[in-house]
Design a protein around this ligand. Structure first.
Ligand SMILES: C[S@@+](CC[C@H](N)C(=O)[O-])C[C@H]1O[C@@H](n2cnc3c(N)ncnc32)[C@H](O)[C@@H]1O
Ligand code: SF4
Length: 381
């Protein structure tokens, strides 16, 4: 059983739906804050009954837009977590915020509720680009939000989306330089992906905008690695950058295969059972169906199961190779023998993977083609 144990709490509401986003997020006319508090607390209690004795090392309020959650609800959830579990002395409690939904007072209230790390969706620092991305904030609001967050929280991070249509290397360099000047010690930099089912999908198919081709996207990725590294914020994961020691501990827990409990609509989790097997759970995605289930029987699980050895290997490889340090072969001593030995030898020989200090990691060349590299080393179905 992993030493670290995290709680993920999903808040499924947003002010408006961004045209690129396929997260479980919904726009509703009115949120019944009291009803949502009650349901989240109930599912949390049920989860606590099943994970007694664990020490909570991180909590992550994700969404959706959890900065729309009444800070009193955030506070009630954190208080209940403290009553039901032991908390690690250095517990990390992150909340995701949208710059269009906060002001100084809201930040103070979220901080007083117990949140000690704020992660903001800035997405761009250019008004035309923010409009293209369908954001409710402009760049002045984004900059102000970072200033306020830095004053209110000991740790902050923000997200930018790059590899946008028409983005040149030079314009991204300038935008990233400005972002780094504002950043604290953590940045998430995602390449824009066109997800099926989002408004961007048919727009891209109709040619209303043209996405960067693979070569240009790779050049933007490499530029990102160079600039962030030179600024002391190297990538510790494909899209995440931090000063050493400032990595998001909660997200590390996913990538390193540790246990976490998912609470709220669409949340999923992984828990090691008494026989050492990895159990999975996923809550119902639809907010009101989930809430109905929780009010009726205390939890809203739509699917639960046990990962077989092959699926667990696949998951550990998919997650671990995203990390710069790679996958720990010391932590998972049986893992190497369950990989395709011929594929693994070839990938090492060709310079896409490296085995070093008991870690298996992707080289810079391997990171550019990570999905293909992973396909080669996973055992054949
Ligand atoms: C749950 S949101 C963060 C908090 C808040 N909802 C917001 O957007 O301000 C998670 C992040 O995923 C990234 N993201 C979502 N969909 C994406 C896509 N299709 N391509 C690239 N990044 C995406 C965005 O940077 C976003 O900030
Ligand atoms: S990117 Fe964030 S604000 Fe936009 S719809 Fe997705 S979850 Fe909501």
């Amino acid at each position: 059983m992993s030493e670290r144990f995290g709680l993920y709490i999903h808040w499924p509401f947003c002010l408006s739906k961004c045209p690129y986003c396929d997260f479980n997020s919904h726009v509703v006319e009115r949120i019944d804050q009291a009803a949502w508090r009650e349901a989240l607390l109930r599912e949390l209690d049920e989860g606590a009954d099943r994970t007694q004795g664990r020490i909570v090392t991180s909590v992550f309020f994700g969404g959706g837009t959890p900065s729309l959650m009444d800070p009193a609800t955030t506070g009630a959830l954190i208080e209940r977590i403290g009553q039901r579990w032991t908390l690690a002395d250095d517990i990390e409690i992150t909340l995701e915020a949208n710059p269009g939904t906060i002001d100084a007072e809201r930040f103070r209230d979220i901080r007083s509720a117990g949140v000690n790390r704020l992660s903001m969706g800035l997405q761009a620092l250019d008004d035309a680009q923010l409009k293209f991305l369908g954001r409710v904030h402009d760049s002045a609001q984004a900059i102000k939000a970072v200033e306020l967050a830095r004053a209110a929280f000991p740790r902050i991070s923000f997200d930018l989306i790059y590899a946008r249509p028409g983005q040149s290397l030079e314009s991204w360099r300038q935008e990233l330089d400005r972002a780094i000047a504002m950043a604290a010690d953590h940045l998430s930099l995602y390449q824009l992906t066109i997800e099926p089912g989002t408004p961007f999908h048919p727009m891209a198919a109709r040619g209303e905008f043209v996405m960067p081709d693979d070569d240009h996207a790779a050049a933007l990725f490499e530029l990102t690695q160079d600039i962030t590294e030179a600024a002391g914020l190297p990538a510790y994961e494909i899209s995440n950058h931090a000063r050493p020691g400032a990595e998001c501990r909660h997200n590390l827990l996913y990538w390193q295969g540790d246990d976490f409990l998912g609470i709220g609509p669409g949340a999923h989790g992984r828990l090691t059972d008494e026989q050492g097997r990895t159990t999975t759970h996923r809550r119902h995605r639809a907010p009101e169906i989930w809430r109905g289930m929780v009010m009726e029987k205390g939890e809203g699980t739509a699917e639960a199961g046990i990962l077989d050895a092959e699926d667990r290997t696949t998951e550990l490889v998919l997650m671990g190779l995203r990390l710069t340090e790679g996958l720990s072969l010391a932590k998972y001593p049986d893992l190497e023998s369950s990989l395709d030995s011929k594929g693994l030898a070839e990938m090492i020989e060709d310079g896409f993977l490296k085995r070093e200090n008991n870690f298996l990691r992707a080289t810079p060349q391997g990171r550019l083609l990570l999905n293909r590299v992973i396909e080669r080393i996973l055992p054949l179905e």
